[in-house]
Design a protein around this ligand. Structure first.
Ligand code: UDX
Ligand code: UDX
Ligand code: ADP
Length: 479
């Protein structure tokens, strides 16, 4: 006798909220889905008639939005109205790492969540199910509950945790065919009914065996654990890449060999210049902070090392460029292919490219960036942000540069060949497919000699490029 949900709202129209709600709306035409955000520009972009102008680039997303928008999918800035009308409210606001005060550089900043909770408490006139979608540290549901129930206006809230596991670049695919959807709820009668209401929504396209239900805290901690394990795999293979370079082994051969072991598995073993994205580092730091809070220093140190290894990998890549270019890059033109934290996304949060750029800029390199999806505005915003948030092992050591100085050293191009012309070196930071099919002979002809390629993603054909005449450096391939 669970209530069938017909009206849901999602607070936060970002990388998680936008695609998730678009897919729910497409798969459930009988449910009205309203996505709200305080950011007016973002909502305007989601409503743009030109689907190329959606605020987020994800393969397949435009088609889903085109089908559902205006039918049962709406984007709005009227947060109060959407909350009031909804039976189920997803909270999908950002939870960045705190940059101030207690837990600075580690704990999740829950101020946006708290604001949402207060707003929901203020506006709601009837019972609602609240679903945490953002990644949250364990026991946030309890904090939410405390805020929501303190209003004393008789409205009942059930709180569920349903973390999102979509990866950027494959968000629509991941949402359409998820390995699993996870729902955590209270083991009470009303808690179980709320879980069932959400199960019923997912059942519109996901088989029941792929919907996992747990208690709330397990669900919250599963999200942090999944991201910590994934990041740990990347740091583990990157640790081995450093050893390969010293010994002459080949990290991709090793990944192939160990990936055949079904206990290890073949995925997520691609050595790289370092992982980025909004989740991995943030969630691990969160986990570390939680372990410290619960007085488990050994556990905290264990996970902290995953981030340290990632910082080291980015630093190693930058340092290798400087060392190879005869110990200085000052005044030298270095082309960057890629700025996004991985291919098929315009997201740049925590991108390795930014940290590599920073180290080279500290040595006064002239950086020429080409990325097929990231805007010039975003690249400068990232560089500016770093100047005011110098946290992290190697970043802290850097000096703060003025934006004038940065603008005099960084140029963003729309044409990759222009970015690479007359460059001393080309560094590949993102694994965009198009980089593989460039006319590398032409690139070579136009670059200064010796022409260096530093492939931070092991995507170009080393043999072919070496035959053209390039000095090629790969990750984890005993050069
Ligand atoms: C291991 C490797 O599995 C094998 O491939 C290699 O050739 C030799 O080392 P073995 O030591 O025989 O084999 O046993 P294994 O099943 O891997 O277990 C090793 C230890 O890990 C055991 O003490 C086991 O109880 C423990 N373990 C394993 C866990 O605690 N949890 C697990 O999920 C798996
Ligand atoms: C991740 C999780 O995969 C997803 O489940 C969670 O919901 C959010 O965080 P995302 O950050 O979008 O998703 O991208 P992901 O594909 O996991 O890649 C993260 C970073 O690791 C990227 O910078 C990527 O280039 C890097 N990576 C990934 C590697 O360097 N090697 C690999 O083998 C895999
Ligand atoms: P994620 O990757 O988790 O989706 P984003 O930063 O892409 O994170 O999106 C989060 C969105 O949430 C932003 O667009 C932000 O404007 C919005 N947001 C934050 N707080 C609120 C709030 N109290 N009400 C409405 N929207 C909010």
């Amino acid at each position: 006798n669970t209530k069938k949900i017909t009206n849901i709202c999602c607070i936060g129209a970002g990388y998680v909220g936008g695609p998730t709600m678009a897919v729910i709306a497409q798969k459930c035409p009988h449910i009205k889905v309203t996505v709200v955000d305080l950011n007016e520009q973002r909502i305007a972009d989601w409503n743009n008639a030109d689907l190329d102008k959606l605020p987020i680039y994800e393969p397949g997303l435009a088609d889903v939005v085109a089908e559902a928008r205006g039918r049962n999918l709406f984007f709005s800035t009227d947060v109060d109205k959407a909350i009031d009308e909804a039976e189920m409210i997803f909270i999908s606001v950002n939870t960045p790492t705190k940059t101030y005060g207690v837990g600075k550089g580690m704990a999740a900043d829950l101020k946006y969540i708290e604001l949402c909770a207060r707003q929901i408490a203020r506006v709601s006139k009837d019972d609602k199910i609240i679903v945490e979608k953002s990644t949250l540290p364990v026991r946030t549901a309890e904090a939410l509950r405390t805020i929501l129930t303190s209003t004393g206006n008789g409205v009942k809230f059930e709180i569920l945790s349903s973390p999102e596991f979509l990866a950027e670049g494959t968000a629509v695919q991941d949402l359409m065919n998820p390995d699993r959807f996870l729902i955590g709820g209270e083991q009470t009668e009303s808690g179980e009914a709320a879980v069932q209401a959400l199960v019923d929504i997912y059942l519109n396209w996901v088989p029941r065996e792929n919907i996992v239900t747990t208690r709330v805290w397990s669900s919250e901690l599963s999200k942090l654990t999944a991201n910590a394990f994934l990041a740990q795999r990347v740091s583990s293979i990157n640790a081995i890449s450093a050893l390969c370079e010293k010994t002459g082994a080949d990290v991709d051969e090793i990944a192939r060999a160990i990936g055949k072991d079904s206990r290890i598995g073949a995925k997520f073993l691609k050595s790289s210049v370092g992982f980025g994205g909004s989740c991995f580092q943030k969630d691990i730091l969160n986990l570390v902070y939680l372990c410290q809070h619960f007085n488990l220093p050994e556990v905290a140190d264990y996970w902290a090392q995953v981030v340290k290894m990632n910082d080291y990998q980015k630093h190693r890549f930058a340092k290798n460029i400087i060392d190879s270019l005869f110990n200085t890059v000052s005044g030298k033109k270095i082309a960057f292919l890629g700025w996004a934290f991985k291919k098929d996304t315009n997201d740049t949060r925590e991108t390795a490219a930014l940290y590599v750029a920073d180290e080279l800029l500290q040595d006064r390199a002239e950086i020429h960036v080409y990325d097929p999806k990231v805007t010039e505005e975003q690249i400068f915003a990232d560089l500016e942000y770093l100047q005011t948030h110098r946290v992290g092992q190697y970043v802290e050591q850097g000096e703060i540069m003025s934006m004038d100085e940065i603008r005099s050293l960084v140029t963003v191009h729309n044409d990759p060949y222009e970015a690479m012309a007359s460059a001393h070196a080309t560094a590949i930071l993102t694994e965009w497919d198009e980089f593989k099919s460039y006319d590398w002979q032409k690139v070579y002809n136009d670059m200064l000699k010796p022409a260096f390629v530093f492939d931070g993603r092991n995507i170009v054909d080393k043999k072919q490029l070496s035959e053209i005449g390039f000095e090629v450096y790969n990750i984890g391939k005993g050069n």
